[in-house]
Design a protein around this ligand. Sequence first.
Ligand code: RFL
Ligand code: PHB
Length: 388
Amino acid sequence: MRTQVAIIGAGPAGLLLSHLLHLQGIESVVLETRSRDEIESTIRAGVLEQGTMDILNETGVGARMRAEGALHHGFELAFDGRRHRIDLTALTGKAITVYAQHEVIKDLVAARTEAGAQMLFGVRDVAVHGVETDKPYVTFTQDGEEQRIDADFIAGCDGFHGVTRPAMPQEGRNDYQRVYPFGWFGILVEAPPSAPELIYARHERGFALVSTRSPTVQRMYFQCDPKDNADNWSDDRIWAELHARLENRDGWRVTEGKIFQKNIVAMRSFVSTPMQSGRLFLAGDAAHIVPPTGAKGMNLAVSDVRLLATGLDAFYRRGSSDLLDRYTNDALKRIWRAEYFSWWMTSMLHTFADASPFQREVQRAELENVVNSCALSTALAENYVGAF
Ligand code: RFL
Ligand code: PHB
């Protein structure tokens, strides 16, 4: 088999890249280890920045997001029993949409299928070869048979646990990492929304987040021990914890409902550079991870592939590799800003077991500053919507 760009991984990065390349007249094949059903049902991100909404709309895959996603013009920061609204639109002129990542995946898979794309699901033993030559190729097995795809380029869009980052030459690699001493316990609940906008709460017992998925399904998270087991938490215990962390002086309470999914995710910040070697380019979680507090991961995957698609377009249309050569440098500017913001939100809102009484007071003072200073609220809002 031969194609122009072999894309490894059918997450938001891989599927959007394939879609963008198709619109530019560039052929690709997408290889994915999981089944189509699995990628279309795995629960992950929920918040799409303005730039992500724009690119989905501009490239014809935004109709369901516009119809079923919820446009939010603000969110709340809750601490010390009070809730404070950050008015995203008043502060930045922009908004966010709450629309589940697996719905974006469904929309992209549908568009690629309609365009007759080659997407191979359930592949095994994916390996990349010859990336330092201009004839790279990928080998894999499907239904027990070994296969090979020859390509001009390989895009590593296979997430944090994929095979492409480890295949990068080790010499000259720089990995930056911070692992947080807590995780997020996430639940999906059958209930109406508890509040019209997302609530990020800091409490002595730990962080909590009230998000949404639809008028009938809600998404909530609370800070937990990353080594804990979701089975240790009965529904009653989960609600008691959420009520305790979200308690406030105006008597507002989170609305309970039937919990139909529970899981624990670890939290880390991670950047691996360079994001390219020869004909292999990494995009999205394959190259970097942010803790979910800033809601940036999928949005970064989208901005990476936007750059990569532009670079590949310049290569095929004008024979120029300038943009491809600059890909790592250009992508890292945005990535480090998102790393900073996600770290900041995480540090400001979570409880650190080893924090001294001094550090705890300073953390509260920081939140007070953010909600009372127009400059700091604006900085928070600009970062959250991805204003620059
Ligand atoms: P993905 O989504 O991990 O997709 C990688 C795909 O590659 C496949 N794969 C392979 N395929 C072929 N061969 C191999 N050897 C392979 N190895 C792996 C995998 O099966 C998978 O299908 O990476 P991508 O495309 O870079 O997208 C990144 C996003 O998924 C991620 O950053 C976000 O989910 C992060 N995130 C959030 N991002 C936001 O922008 N807004 C949010 O509100 C938000 N909330 C979240 C989040 C992530 C969370 N978790 C679960 C960590 C909330 C949570 C709880
Ligand atoms: C979600 O709805 O899954 C979500 C929302 C905001 C975040 C992270 C996750 O910061």
